[in-house]
Design a protein around this ligand. Sequence first.
Ligand code: HEM
Length: 307
Amino acid sequence: MTPDPQNVTDYTNNNTIFMVWNFKENIAVGDAFARLCKMIINLNNSANVRFPVSRASCVMGIGRGAWLRLGLPQPLPKELIDFEPIAGNKHTAVATKGDIHLHIRADDTSICYDMAAALTDILAPVADGIEEIYGFRYWDSRSILGFVDGTENPQGVDRELFAIVGDEDEAYKGGSYLFVQKYIHDLQAWKNLSTEAQERVIGRSKADDIEMADDVKPTNSHIALANVGDDLKIVRDNMPFGKMSTNQMGTYFIAYASTFTTVQKMLTNMFVGVPEGNYDRILDFSTAKTGTLFFVPTFDMLDEFSG
Ligand code: HEM
C-alpha cells in the first residue's frame, strides 16, 4: 500500500498553533488516544473539503515515552529516541519531555482555533498542556529577528525526499521525525547590533534575503553552521510568537526530517561549533527553552491506532 503521510510537507502559511501535551500519570489513556487519532483524520479531511483555500491541516507527533506507554507497534521507528541535550561550551540545546505534539496550520486563525479546541476536548481529561504557542506570519515570512526564515528549505519533490521516511525503515515508510525547540530572543541585544553585524550573524542580507558569498560569510554565522550538505536537508516551518510586554518574543523552531541524525548534526554544529568552540552566533541572541523529538505516523497508521 502507498503510504499516506500526514501534512508534513505543506508550505508555510499565516497562522499556527503549536501544542505539547504530556499524559497524566496513573490513568488509562488508550481510549482518548484512539479518539485523538480519529479526530486528526476527521479534521484534516473536513478542512480539505471546507477550506481548501486556507490550506488548513493538523499534524500529530508522538514522543518515545508515549509510544511505549500506549503500546504502539514494536520495534519503534528506528530513530525515535528520547532527545538528549547537546551541550557546547556556552550554549545548550536542552531536552524536554513531550508525549503529543500538535502542529495546526491555516491561513485563518478561526480554523486553527477550532481544530485546537476539538483536540483539546479529547486531551484535557487525560493530559496536561505544557506548551500552547500561537505563531504568526511576520511580514514576508520573517523571523522576529527581521530576517526571512525558510528560503533554503527544500522545494517541490525534494520536500518529500528530505521530510519523509523511505525504504530504510519499511514498517514506518511515510512517517516523519519531528523536532521542535522553543527559542526566546534577547531582542534588546539584537537591536543593539547594526544591520551589517546582524547580517554577519545570519549569513544573509536583511532587506533582500541574499546569501553572502562564501569568502565573506563568517564561519560562525547561522547558515554556515546549519548547512550540513546538499544531501542532508530538513523541512522547517518556524514561526514567530510571543508577548512583547514581558519581553518573551521567540521563534518556534520546527523541523520534519526523514532521518533525525540530520537534525542532530545541525544542532551539534550550532551548539558545539565547527571547530569546537566556534558556535552559532545566533545563540548569543536566542535561548532554547525546550527540545523534543516526536514521530509522525502516516494517516493509515493513525487509522489503525484509532481502533
Ligand atoms: C536557515 C532562522 C534555528 C536550521 C535560517 C535562516 C534564518 C534562520 C533567518 C536563513 C534563511 C533560510 O534559509 O531559511 C533561525 C532562527 C532560529 C533557527 C531564528 C532559532 C532561533 C535553527 C535550528 C536549525 C536550523 C535549531 C537546525 C537544527 C537551518 C537550516 C538553514 C537555516 C538548515 C538553511 C541553511 C542553508 O542551507 O543555507 N535559519 N533558525 N535553524 N536554518 Fe535556522
